[in-house]
Write a protein that binds this ligand. Structure first.
Ligand SMILES: [Zn+2]
Length: 319
């Protein structure tokens, strides 16, 4: 069974595990809610459990896998398997040897990479980025992450490349969750959009966003809530999405001016839900800022779906 690999997408709300064969097909899968209490050891135990269940579904022991790849939030060191400052995970402000600990629990080799970068690598190998030599992945979700493939190879820089969410689209602009000002994420990230919606709502702007959130029993303004509000013609939702698209167009075009990639793949929670719907306005916004505007990059929406992060992570095995 050495041609089967494991992949785990470690998110702030859920852990998604998959067993993937040599052609990139998932043979088994399982998910768990991410523990909200405890620390890195508890999160790692839940990851081992999810992987074990996915392996059972594929009829294989974890120890018989060629290895397991993990896409992790925070600062994930691909060389050492250490993950630091994963602030959306419980008690994970410091550093934790995730690769080593999980390898011990599973009895097989474990490779750790950045969650967005491995999802982009998955799209490059098997999904929307297939056939392109260079691409930029833009993961539009709670934050805005990115991943880069140049000449067929992942570009990690010194480890922190691809942070497209923190391209500055307005000097001294809106406050970003990273603490700086004017980043693309400060306008386009789901968390920042929710904060802005709340601020404007408190100022007296009319919107059904929060009513819809309560009605559907959601703890936050999910991509589904934004979609419902847009479908109802909610003016504030329309305005804030438009503002997000403008920021995305500015930031993504700026990155393209530097990298000149063949394609841009839009993924993430908001990206997958709204990619098709807003591809045209996004391209229009980009064209205002593209230096070479007669040959824009191909625009694609991520195609691997829910399992994309785990499938991409599995490709770390053998890196
Ligand atoms: Zn920022």
């Amino acid at each position: 069974m050495a041609d089967l690999r494991g992949g785990i997408d470690l998110g702030g709300t859920k852990i998604q595990a998959a067993i993937v064969d040599a052609s990139g097909e998932a043979r088994g899968e399982a998910r768990r809610p991410t523990p909200t209490e405890g620390g890195p050891a508890d999160v790692t135990a839940a990851m081992a459990e999810a992987l074990g269940e996915a392996a059972a579904g594929a009829g294989v022991e974890p120890a018989a896998l060629a290895g397991v790849g993990v896409g992790s939030p925070g600062d994930a060191d691909e060389r050492t398997g250490v993950v630091s400052s994963a602030r959306n995970l419980p008690g994970w402000e410091g550093s934790f040897p995730l690769g080593e600990t999980l390898a011990e629990a599973l009895g097989t080799e474990v490779k750790v990479g950045n969650d967005v970068q491995v999802a982009v690598e998955g799209e490059y190998a098997l999904g929307a980025g297939k056939g392109f030599g260079s691409l930029l992945g833009v993961w539009w979700g709670t934050g805005v992450g990115g991943g880069i493939i140049l000449d067929g190879k992942p570009w990690l820089g010194r480890g922190a490349a691809g942070e497209i969410g923190h391209i500055v689209v307005e000097r001294d602009g809106a406050k970003c969750p990273c603490g700086r000002r004017g980043c693309m994420e400060a306008y386009a990230g789901r968390a920042a959009m929710e904060a802005e919606a709340r601020r404007r709502h408190d100022e007296g702007h009319k919107t059904d966003l929060f009513k819809l959130m309560h009605k559907h029993d959601k703890p936050r303004l999910t991509s589904g809530i934004w979609e419902r509000a847009l479908d109802h013609g909610d003016k504030l939702a329309e305005k804030l999405i438009e503002r997000a698209i403008e920021a995305l167009g500015t930031g993504v075009a700026s990155a393209c001016n530097v990298l000149d990639v063949e394609a841009v793949v839009i993924g993430g929670g908001l990206g997958e839900r709204f990619g098709e719907r807003f591809m045209e306005p996004l391209s229009t916004e980009m064209s205002k800022h593209l230096f070479v505007d007669d040959d824009p990059p191909q625009m694609r929406v991520a195609a691997l779906g829910d399992l994309g992060g785990a499938i991409g992570a599995s490709l770390l095995v053998g890196h």
